[in-house]
Design a protein around this ligand. Sequence first.
Ligand code: DX5
Ligand code: ZN
Length: 201
Amino acid sequence: MTSRAIKLAPSILAADFARLGDQVAEAERAGADRIHIDVMDGHFVPNLSMGAPIVESLRRATRLPLEAHLMILNPDLFVDEFTQAGTDRKRVGVAINPATPAAVLEEIMQDLDQVLVMTVNPGFGHQHFLHTTLPKIRRARQMIDQVKPECGLEVDGGVDATTAPLAVAAGADVLVAGSAIFNENESVTCAMQRLRAAVQL
Ligand code: DX5
Ligand code: ZN
């Protein structure tokens, strides 16, 4: 399907928080490339989730890079707090929501290590993948290939064994998955194997 190396980023939003350390450890053993942490403030998105103390605890529980997805009104005010808590301080990413065109990336692409194309409207897990975002993923892939090929292209929202191959075919190389990895139907290990098989990793 693609020669690009595909990375898996389990989103702990769907995890059982009473067993968070165990679930992240299982994801690490099953070959997760990084852990995705959704930070929501009830203003930028209509939901609350978690803050830097979770990052601090997880930093002691896993060696994987921790990626903070800041869905908050003033991200600049919190960047230092999150890097001090243990998120991956070397990499800079920008997320674009479904209604935001890829054109906003043009002037800033050189400065980015990663582009995150939201494939649902941010705020909640367990939503359906918006197929209307596929052309934008393709557009972002073209821009990255032209301007900064080492920049990652991540997709987030409704990613499962059915939609992941579509996103990868459109050019994504990092898959965030919450409910497709942390759910009651199968173990984290089985779920990750299934997702990986779907994109032939
Ligand atoms: C949604 C979050 C996602 C969420 C994805 O606003 O940014 O990271 O955890 O959850 P699923 O994979 O269940 O759509
Ligand atoms: Zn996210």
